[in-house]
Design a protein around this ligand. Sequence first.
Ligand code: ADP
Ligand code: MG
Length: 230
Amino acid sequence: AEEMILRSEKLSIVGQMAAGVAHEIRNPLTSLKGFVQLMQSKVEGFDSYFSIMQEELDRINFIVSEFLVIAKPQSVRFQTKDVPTILHNTIMLTGSQALIHNVNITTEAKPDVPTIKCDENQIKQVFINILNNAIESMPEGGEIHISIVTAEDGQLLMRFSDNGCGIPEDRIPRLGEPFYTTKEKGTGLGLMVTFKIIENHGGQMRIFSELGKGTTVEIKMPAAKRQARG
Ligand code: ADP
Ligand code: MG
């Protein structure tokens, strides 16, 4: 099995770029979307073209949103949270995607795992990105197993394992690189954003994979310091 620790240097330039560009693209995009919608309701006979335009605008919007996760640190709110609960809520939100693709998700959370200081929306984003990748690696369906335990050093340890297509050894160093994708409709931004979020939380992410067997994403996050009581 191959392992790599994603490096942060790849991200610094992209992060800075994202802050400027993503923000500037948002407003004209919203206006474009509005006018396309308006035209669709006024002009006859071009329905399929308008649909394509809407779809493409949605795609641009999605990419810009992914970038904004990096670009908007000021909107991040760190609070002490229980990760198994966030995971449960995320699966409730996206579980239908798994169902549609014949993917079964099982979770195993030890009862006394530590809470973490985090931005809940960002952690949800991390879970969604990892789950989507796992689902997409199993076009014929399969299993995703998630475990949440306390590591020996007291940190929170999460593992997401799938039995999907796996990743060739020579491609593993490219994971987290912006726009690296092997999918026809991929953006190649999911892992970059995921890694950036984990890094912002003081955590670590490692990816183990074996071609044809499956992939495990492992995330370690520092435990929240207990509030002094009394
Ligand atoms: P995207 O999903 O848009 O391609 P990501 O950054 O999420 O972008 O993933 C980058 C690439 O890493 C994917 O295209 C795929 O080749 C590989 N990958 C990520 N997760 C998995 C997984 N669980 N199983 C197999 N390949 C994966
Ligand atoms: Mg992805």
